[in-house]
Design a protein around this ligand. Structure first.
Ligand SMILES: Nc1ncnc2c1ncn2[C@@H]1O[C@H](COP(=O)(O)OP(=O)(O)OP(=O)(O)O)[C@@H](O)[C@H]1O
Ligand SMILES: [Mg+2]
Length: 243
């Protein structure tokens, strides 16, 4: 079992898009039993998979009261891919972690879920608090989407420093250029400065995920965006195999 967190302190960098598409790659390409856990109260991951939130709100109970996650987990319609959806109750998650005072509460729950799932992928909110500290302690690998700019390396270093501040021992952190458009000079520069980083192209097919409410691989498997996520997933699996 491996836990992969898609994380950044910045908003709008592509976290949810990465989480949904990588979870789909895990299930559809690697045929791994996969759980996508939406930790962001905004609920973008569920939306992107075409799943509407329930009226009864209880996403926090899994963590705060350790109620059985199976009650909340939904199948997505894609084989081997399940979702633990978000709702408004997650807005108070940080305070609940503080109140519980158990530093590895999230890690304990993912440990139990690991009996059912081979891959657990977190879609994280753009925060730096006890919730992100719990995520870091539970994750085997952290993926950081970075929009290309000449300052991408610096932006990545800042995320790494912030993770280090929360916990001394942290899992490997993998930077990935997000929304890369090589027609733009600044993007080309960012690419040249970080030639080894994986990259996901800026692509209308990827943008369409939120409109069609499907992962790009499900409706445009030959599109550059779908290939980008498939390659990134292969790189992630390779990295996990070496851990
Ligand atoms: N590779 C891409 N090509 C085109 N559009 C993209 C790409 N990646 C993300 N987007 C678009 O950028 C916007 C932000 O993406 P997303 O919601 O995944 O970011 P986020 O980091 O999860 O944001 P938040 O911090 O608000 O949760 C969305 O409208 C999404 O469709
Ligand atoms: Mg998001």
């Amino acid at each position: 079992m491996a836990v992969i967190a898609i994380y950044s302190v910045k908003g709008g960098v592509g976290k949810t898009t990465f989480a949904v598409n990588l979870a789909w790659c895990s299930a559809a390409i690697s045929r791994r039993t996969t759980l996508l856990w939406d930790l962001d109260a905004a609920g973008g991951a569920g939306f992107m998979l075409g799943i509407d939130p329930k009226k009864k709100r209880s996403a926090d109970e899994v963590i705060a009261r350790e109620s059985d996650p199976a009650k909340l987990i939904k199948s997505t319609g894609y084989k081997d891919l399940d979702l633990l959806p978000a709702d408004d109750t997650l807005r108070a998650l940080d305070r609940q972690f503080d109140r519980l005072g158990k530093k590895k509460q999230l890690a304990k729950i993912t440990g139990t879920l690991g009996r059912t799932y081979e891959r657990i992928i977190f879609d994280c909110p753009p925060v730096l608090n006890e919730t992100s500290a719990q995520v870091v302690r539970a994750a085997d690998l952290i993926i950081v989407p970075l929009p290309p700019s000449p300052l991408s390396s610096r932006a990545f270093d800042i995320v790494v420093d912030e993770v280090k501040e929360q916990t001394k021992k942290h899992p490997p952190i993998l930077p990935v250029l997000s929304m890369l458009d090589l027609r733009r000079n600044l993007h080309r520069e960012a690419r040249e400065q970080n030639p080894k980083w994986p990259a996901i192209p800026q692509a209308s097919a990827i943008e369409q995920c939120a409109v069609r409410r499907e992962p790009v691989g499900a409706f445009a498997p030959r599109a550059a965006g779908a290939r980008g996520f498939a390659q990134l997933w292969t790189a992630i699996e390779r990295k996990l195999a070496k851990l």
